[in-house]
Ligand binder design. Structure first.
Ligand SMILES: O=C(CO)[C@H](O)[C@H](O)COP(=O)(O)O
Ligand SMILES: [Fe+2]
Length: 220
């Protein structure tokens, strides 16, 4: 059976006590830590850059899963790798030379992912899928936490899972991001996702261990 990884997104954490928030979700059963970087151009919101990642990294052993929602990601990949990223995901929509950006990430010894927005077809990753460690299917429009899951994204998850199967890409992760709760988690896992980002569903709750356990229990 495929291991399902739960990746709390620090976008919904209290930034005033980030190290404590990260330590708490680690103790509470998180598998990865999802780090949302927004530049106010690719998406309307602004979050943080490599200096904040560098400050958080020593406080956790969780895999640092960096989601770059920025224009010209190629300009910042080296800085995020140096700051401690274990996996860097760029948006297909933000890369003119997607193949080259993926190679740039991998040359730094970091795992490489490509994200696609709800309106972007699965085909946007087809020509590079064999070079990837992860495909991120956005299940909301990127920019903000706490939005409702878009059900139409399920068929893209299934399509990518079908390519994973056909091509024998057993190590390829399919991650979903946006609106993941105990109600939507079974749908995305059924479609083929194995990394579930959860921001408000975890950090929006007083008891983070209970929140993570509820998502896990929904998959039984
Ligand atoms: O990339 C993101 C937004 O662009 C976040 O990771 C995502 O929104 C998580 O938040 P929530 O689980 O509350 O929907
Ligand atoms: Fe994200």
């Amino acid at each position: 059976m495929t291991k399902i990884n739960i990746a709390p997104s620090i976008l919904s954490a209290d930034f005033g006590k980030l190290a404590l928030e990260v330590a708490e979700v680690e103790r509470s059963g998180a598998d990865w830590l999802h780090v949302d970087v927004m530049d106010g151009h690719f998406v309307p919101n602004i979050t943080f850059g490599p200096l904040v990642l560098e400050a958080v990294a020593p406080h956790t052993k969780l895999l640092l899963d960096v989601h770059l929602m920025i224009e010209h990601p190629e300009r910042y990949i080296a800085a995020f790798a140096k700051a401690g990223a274990n996996l860097i995901t760029v948006h297909a929509e933000a890369c003119v030379h997607l193949h080259s950006v993926i190679q740039q990430i991998k040359k730094l010894g970091v795992k490489a992912g490509v994200a696609i927005n709800p309106a972007t077809p699965a085909l946007a990753v087809r020509e590079v899928i064999e070079d990837l460690d992860l495909v991120l299917v956005m299940t909301v429009n990127p920019g903000f936490g706490g939005q409702a899951f878009i059900p139409g994204t399920l068929r893209k998850i299934s399509q990518i899972a079908e390519w994973r199967e056909q091509l024998g890409l057993t190590g390829l992760h399919i991650e979903v991001d946006g609106g993941i709760t105990a109600a939507t988690a079974p749908l995305v896992v059924e479609a083929g996702a194995d990394v579930l980002v959860a921001g408000s569903a975890v950090f929006g709750r007083e008891d983070r261990a209970e929140a993570i356990a509820e998502i896990r229990d929904s998959l039984k």
